[in-house]
Design a protein around this ligand. Structure first.
Ligand code: NAD
Length: 268
């Protein structure tokens, strides 16, 4: 694939936050095979990850999405290096499993800063470049928690609900400039640092895993969680010309989790 790619011009530039792992990394790898020039950022990269990305012609930059100076420098640097920015995917995110009464001010700030303020800063600094390119596309990785509040992680649900609101609002504001703003709302995604940490913090890991499958009818039926590459396919779809009229869409990828109370959880 890389031989074939090197003989073809790269067509569009896509920036991805939180690209070191999980959904962001899977999206980077998929877009790189679709002739995107991909520049991922993260607060850190696991050992060897930057070299592996380089082999796939994916560029890596350190950037903390909670710091405006970092986000601005990353986006401006990418624009200078590539000449244009066509798309940005905000995948950086953190979870917090705690009742609201136990949440410290610092924890509240961290979750809202990474998940919501990060999306705001990316939009703020990317939109002028998308405008200059004659249009473009933003995709936020929200969550099913942004569509229906969840019992176990209220601050995370609040942050993702706000990401859904930000997505729809910016979609409305920037549609006249041919800038599309969409989100995906995944259910339980395995092979991610976030899910690994979530399961590791449970008193009974196996039970926590089964509970997460039980809440998503298709995950339950298949006996597995959603894979990061399956979310990446939907992101690529929302970035593609196949969805040129799609904006303000929050595409649910949760195996039916947000539809209602599934058969597996039914009780009186
Ligand atoms: P992940 O933990 O593998 O990836 C998240 C990445 O964000 C990490 O690489 C992390 O280093 C990075 N990050 C954290 N704080 C940052 C900061 N301040 N600046 C820059 N990067 C930062 O988990 P993931 O599941 O791939 O998460 C990607 C997105 O998907 C998140 O927004 C998450 O909320 C969302 N999501 C995940 C699931 C799931 O089940 N894993 C479900 C729904 C939505």
């Amino acid at each position: 694939m890389s031989d074939q790619r090197s003989s073809l011009p790269l067509s569009r530039t896509c920036l991805i936050t939180g690209g070191a792992s999980g959904i962001g990394a899977a999206t980077a790898r998929l877009l790189a095979t679709q002739r995107f020039r991909v520049i991922v950022s993260d607060i850190d990269f696991p050992i060897g990850a930057r070299e592996e990305f380089a082999r796939q012609q994916i560029e890596t930059v350190l950037c903390d999405v909670t710091r405006e100076s970092d986000v601005a420098a990353w986006i401006e640097g990418a624009a200078r290096a590539t000449g244009r920015i066509d798309c940005l995917v905000h995948s950086a995110g953190v979870g917090l499993v705690k009742p609201i009464t136990d949440v410290s001010e610092a924890e509240w700030d961290r979750v809202l800063d990474v998940n919501l303020k990060g999306a705001f800063l990316c939009a703020k600094h990317a939109i002028p470049h998308l405008r200059r390119a004659g249009g473009g596309s933003l995709v936020n990785i929200a969550s099913n928690a942004g569509l229906l509040p969840r019992f176990h992680d209220p601050v995370y649900s609040i942050s993702k609900g706000a990401v859904v609101a930000l997505t729809k609002t910016l979609a409305l504001c920037h549609a006249p400039e041919k800038i599309r703003v969409n989100a995906v709302c995944p259910g339980p995604v395995g092979d991610t640092r976030m899910m690994d940490a979530d399961l590791a913090s449970a008193a009974d890991r196996e039970r926590a895993f089964r509970d997460r499958l039980a809440a998503s009818p298709i995950a339950h039926g298949l006996g597995r969680m959603i894979r990061p590459d399956e979310v990446a396919e939907s992101v690529a779809y929302l970035l593609s010309d196949a969805t040129v009229f799609v904006t303000g869409c929050c595409l649910t990828i949760d195996g039916g989790k947000s539809l209602g109370v599934p058969q597996t959880l039914f009780g009186d």
